[in-house]
Design a protein around this ligand. Structure first.
Ligand SMILES: CC(C)(COP(=O)(O)OP(=O)(O)OC[C@H]1O[C@@H](n2cnc3c(N)ncnc32)[C@H](O)[C@@H]1OP(=O)(O)O)[C@@H](O)C(=O)NCCC(=O)NCCS
Length: 383
C-alpha cells in the first residue's frame, strides 16, 4: 500500500517518535519531565537526579545516586588534545558554541572503545560529565586565564561554577543554576533533539549524534536567543525608555528575542520557573533593579505583540528569563547557549538511548518543485 504523502514544511504537528522523557502541551502551557510536572521537579532535584530519572525512568535511591554521581564525577577530565584545540580556538576568538562543537567531536579520542551500542552508556556519561569542563575551560581561555581542573568532591552543578570562577559557590548560586539545568534538560522533539535522533537512527554513534545536536542548538531560532534578549534589556536601560525602543524595533520588523514559540501558544511554563529562580537569586544579591526592568520590558513586549501581531498568541519563552538568571550568576552572555548545552546534552543522550530501543530510520519525503527534462548544453555553449 502506498504511503500517504502530506506536505508540512517545518513538520509541525507530525509525530515521528514515542517518548517517555518529556511532554510539552503547548495549549495548556504544561511541561512534564520524566513524569513530573516541571514545577515539582526543577527547584528540588539535583541535576544528577534529573539525568538519572531521564536515563532510567525513575528517581535514584541514595545508593544509586551515590554511584551515579561517582560515575559522572570520574569522567570530568578533558583530554590534553582537546585543551590544545580549545587554546587554538580561543586565540582566534571562535564563538563558544563552535568551540564546544569541535571539542565534542574530539571526544571520540576518549570514547573510541565505546562505539558499540552496548557501550553507549559510558559514552553518554562522558558527554554529560565533560561538557561543563569544556565550556568552563574555553570561557577561561577566552578571558586569557588558565582552565581550572574539575573537583570530584563537588556536585555536577557546583563543580561547573567552580571551574568557571575558581571559588566554591554558595548554596543559593548552586540552587539557581541547578533549577535552570533541570528546567531545560529536555523539551519534546525540539530541533536539536530531533537532529540527534535522526543521526542515531542511522545506527551512527552517540558522539556524532551529539555533535549534530550542538550544531542545531546554536541557531538563534533555537538556543541562541538568550544573549540577544539580555542585550535588548540592557539597550533599554531605563523603564521609561522601554515603550519607545521596543515600538521602533517591532516597526522595523525585528523580532523580540525570548518571545514566541513553535509549540507554546500560552506562556512557556519554563519562563515562570526561571523567573521565580531569578527573583530569588537577585533578592539574595540585594539588587533587584535589573530584575524589575526585565519584568517591565516583558510587560511592554507582550502588549506590543498583542497590538502588532493580534491573534498570533506570542508569549514569553524560556530564553528571556534564562538570560536574566544566567546573568545573575555572572555568566558572560556568550556562555548562555553553551550552558544550555551543558544541560540539554543529557536530554539528547536520553533520546538517543530511547531511539536505539525502538529504532526506525527517520526519512521524510520532499516535494520536487524544480524543472524537469532539461536539455544538456556543453560548458562552452552555456550562456
Ligand atoms: C521561536 C520562533 C522561531 C517560533 O516561530 P514560528 O512558530 O515559526 O512563528 P512564525 O515565524 O511563523 O511567526 C508567526 C508570526 O509572529 C511573528 N513573530 C514570531 N515571533 C516573534 C517575536 N519574537 N517577535 C516579534 N514577532 C514575532 C512573526 O513575525 C510572524 O508574523 P507575520 O505572520 O506577521 O509574518 C519565533 O517566535 C521567534 O523567532 N522568536 C524569537 C527567537 C526566540 O526567542 N527563540 C527561542 C525559542 S525557545
Amino acid at each position: 500500500m502506498a504511503t500517504e504523502r502530506i506536505s508540512r514544511p517545518g513538520l509541525e504537528g507530525v509525530v515521528v517518535a514515542e517518548t517517555r522523557l518529556s511532554s510539552v502541551d503547548g495549549e495548556a502551557g504544561e511541561l512534564i519531565i520524566g513524569g513530573f510536572p516541571l514545577e515539582a521537579l526543577a527547584h528540588r532535584a539535583t541535576f544528577e537526579e534529573t539525568v538519572y530519572l531521564l536515563w532510567h525512568g525513575a528517581l535514584p535511591d541514595v545508593r544509586q545516586l551515590t554511584a551515579f554521581r561517582r560515575d559522572l564525577a570520574g569522567r570530568r577530565s578533558c583530554a590534553p588534545e582537546i585543551l590544545r584545540v580549545l587554546e587554538a580556538a580561543a586565540r582566534k576568538k571562535i564563538p563558544a558554541m563552535d568551540a564546544l562543537r569541535m571539542a565534542a567531536s574530539m571526544l571520540t579520542l576518549e570514547t573510541h572503545a565505546e562505539h558499540a551500542p552496548e557501550d553507549d552508556r559510558a559514552a553518554g556519561l562522558k558527554l554529560v560529565a565533560v561538557f561543563p569542563t569544556i565550556v568552563a575551560a574555553y570561557a577561561r581561555l577566552l578571558a586569557g586565564t588558565e582552565p581550572i581542573a574539575a573537583r570530584a568532591d563537588l556536585g555536577h552543578t557546583a563543580n561547573y561554577l567552580y571551574m568557571l570562577f575558581g571559588t566554591v559557590p554558595g548554596p543559593e548560586r548552586v540552587r539557581a543554576l541547578e533549577t535552570y539545568l533541570n528546567t531545560v534538560v529536555d523539551h519534546g522533539l525540539n530541533a536539536s533533539t530531533f537532529a540527534a535522533r535522526v543521526i542515531i537512527a542511522t545506527q551512527s554513534d552517540l558522539i556524532s549524534a551529539i555533535v549534530g545536536a550542538v550544531g542545531a542548538l546554536k541557531g538563534p531560532l533555537h538556543g541562541g536567543a538568550p544573549g540577544p534578549a539580555l542585550d535588548m534589556v540592557f539597550e533599554i536601560a531605563e523603564k521609561d525608555r522601554a515603550e519607545t525602543v521596543l515600538r521602533q524595533k517591532i516597526e522595523r520588523g525585528e523580532r523580540f528575542m525570548g518571545f514566541g514559540h513553535r509549540v507554546y501558544r500560552v506562556r512557556d511554563p519554563r519562563a515562570d520557573v526561571l523567573a521565580e529562580a531569578a527573583e530569588r537569586l537577585y533578592a539574595t544579591a540585594a539588587d533587584m533593579k535589573l530584575y524589575q526592568l526585565a519584568r517591565h520590558v516583558e510587560e511592554v513586549i507582550l502588549r506590543l505583540l498583542e497590538e502588532y501581531k493580534p491573534g498570533r498568541k506570542l508569549q514569553t519563552n524560556v530564553e528571556f528569563y534564562t538570560a536574566l538568571l544566567l546573568h545573575g550568576l555572572e555568566l558572560p552572555t556568550d556562555l548562555f547557549t553553551p550552558t544550555f548545552a551543558v544541560s540539554r546534552v543529557a536530554g539528547w543522550v536520553a533520546h538517543c538511548f530511547e531511539q536505539q530501543k525502538q529504532n526506525r530510520l527517520i526519512r521524510p519525503d520532499s516535494e520536487y518543485v524544480g524543472e524537469k527534462n532539461r536539455r544538456w548544453v556543453a560548458a562552452e555553449e552555456r550562456q
